[in-house]
Write a protein that binds this ligand. Structure first.
Ligand SMILES: [Fe+2]
Length: 507
């Protein structure tokens, strides 16, 4: 590993040693007075209004001296792309394990004896893994034009929208799309605009590697960092501290789901987002390419209820009803979890005395307006039902969704699964890139408060405490249902198992 990576890894290890986990029952009550005068730090690549709080309500933010070392490290150390290849997949795995094994979180993906680079696992990637984030049903005309030997594809998971973003010299561009029939069988791929078929030997293997790698890079950059951390959670913590008094029931209800958000977003603004930062180095974009990616992301940001999102993409349960029951595990398990959260939000908002007429509360109206200014939740007029749906989507995003899109360990512990930057025709990450990715995965290994834990002290009244108990009971049933589904799947999906879920984007 080069000097930049090794300095960053050392600082990370110091952070890990001094980290004190917080149990859900230890999450403090809101304490910082609301108002517009909380100091913020401007983050230019997050758009014209991009900013993070300078302080967290509960946790210390990274000390100035460490921020300075990180900035100097980003600025002064050269970016290294070319490096030695691993002698073999096995030796790569062993070396990565010996350096990062103590810091990685436990992998939530077990390939269950399948070769992770196989076509079978590619299908898992599309319907359960990071490919599912960009999966949609093809419209009739496009499906006809993408036929393979008279077979018409039904679905595509495509990262081809990244193919023209500039990458550093010596690297290949991103991209990759997988086309599948109505049973979920793979028909072909597209890489940087060209069709590639399963019979194409090395070109097929390289296309699969490029697709897996591109999806990991984009999901980390967009779904994890930009969307979960800096859009949804960040807007939540800013709107809450700006508008809601410490005893407002909504402030209490949101507290566990915003725990440590300001501290982690403040830290990531130096170490992950800027030019020269560890994520910039682990990926292959030029800084111009990264800026283009940021403007793509800004255009995309919108918080939509999961059922609407799946319906728009033609992959909701009703649209898939004529197809195999478990064709789309990520959507099917996700809907189950979402419905459980929605039961909780709707129950509290409709029945808890503390929330009676909440939509008429001036502080809540101001909070809603600020949230929607950045998150574009639509339709945006405030009612109890709409607030319940909004909170459901908010809780879903900062808990299960964030934990899953931030979980890259299974893919970086084996260099043949994915890389952060692509070399022409590559099918494996090199030693330097494995180290860069290993450090990023290590950041996610710290324990944070669990959704299944007891945070009832933050519920604003007895009725809400009862709702939380019912949510926990319901989530255990969701867990059992997913376990039963997993027993019938070739490769399990652990994204929505309740015991895996954190409350907030605390890491
Ligand atoms: Fe995260």
């Amino acid at each position: 590993m080069n000097l930049h990576t090794s300095i960053f890894f050392r600082m990370l290890k110091l952070g890990i040693e001094s980290y004190k986990p917080t149990a859900p029952h230890e999450i403090p009550m809101p304490s910082a007075s609301h108002g517009q005068d909380h100091k913020t730090i401007r983050i230019p690549y997050l758009g014209p209004d991009g900013k993070v709080l300078a302080k967290d309500e509960d946790e210390a933010v990274r000390p100035k001296i460490l921020k300075m070392i990180i900035r100097l490290n980003n600025r002064l150390n050269p970016v290294v792309d070319a490096d030695k290849p691993w002698a073999s997949v096995e030796s790569g795995k062993q070396n990565i394990h010996s350096i990062f094994g103590n810091y990685f979180p436990k992998s939530r993906v077990d390939w269950q004896g399948c070769d992770p680079t196989s076509d079978q696992v590619l299908r898992w990637w599309v319907f359960s893994g990071f490919g599912a984030l960009e999966l949609h049903r093809l419209d009739e005309q496009t499906a006809q034009s993408e036929q393979v030997n008279g077979q018409t594809p039904t679905f595509v998971s495509s990262y081809e929208f990244l193919k023209d973003l500039p990458v550093r010299p010596g690297l290949a561009g991103y991209g990759g799309a997988v086309y599948l029939d109505r049973q979920g069988n793979i028909l072909k791929m597209k890489l940087r605009g060209k069709d590639v078929f399963p019979t194409d030997g090395k070109a097929w293997e390289a296309a699969k590697f490029a697709y897996r790698s591109t999806s990991m890079v984009w999901v980390t950059l967009y779904d994890h960092l930009f969307f979960s951390h800096y859009s949804v959670s960040n807007s939540g913590v800013l709107a809450t501290i700006n508008n809601l008094p410490i005893d407002n029931p909504l402030r209490l209800l949101l507290k566990p789901f915003l725990f440590r958000t300001a501290a982690i977003n403040n830290g990531g603004a130096d170490s992950l987002l800027p030019k020269g930062s560890s994520f910039f180095r682990a990926s292959g974009f030029t800084w111009e390419g990264m800026e283009e990616a940021y403007s793509l992301m800004l255009n995309r940001v919108a918080l939509k209820p999961l059922p609407d999102l799946l319906r728009e993409r033609g992959i909701d349960r009703a649209s898939l009803s004529a197809l195999p029951e478990d064709i789309f595990p990520f959507g099917r398990d996700g809907e189950l979890y979402w419905n459980s959260l929605n039961g909780f939000s709707a129950d509290i908002l409709h029945h808890a005395p503390a929330f009676r007429n909440i939509e008429k509360n001036d502080a809540v109206k101001a909070w809603w307006e600020q949230m929607n200014g950045t998150l574009r939740f639509s339709p945006s007029d405030l009612s109890t039902d709409r607030m319940a749906t909004f909170l459901t989507q908010f809780f879903y995003t900062v808990s299960a969704f964030h934990s899953w899109v931030g979980h890259v360990t299974p893919y970086v512990k084996d260099p043949s699964i994915a890389a952060g930057k692509l070399f022409p025709d590559a099918v494996m990450a090199n030693q330097q890139n494995s180290a860069e990715l290993g450090v990023i995965a290590s950041i996610t290994g710290l324990p944070t408060p669990s959704l299944l834990g007891d945070f009832s002290h933050l519920m604003p009244d007895d009725y809400s405490r009862g709702s939380l108990n019912r949510l926990h009971e319901n989530l255990l049933q969701v867990g059992q249902e997913i376990q039963q589904r997993n027993a019938r799947r070739d490769i399990a999906l652990r994204a929505f198992l309740p015991e895996e879920l954190n409350l907030s984007v605390a890491i």
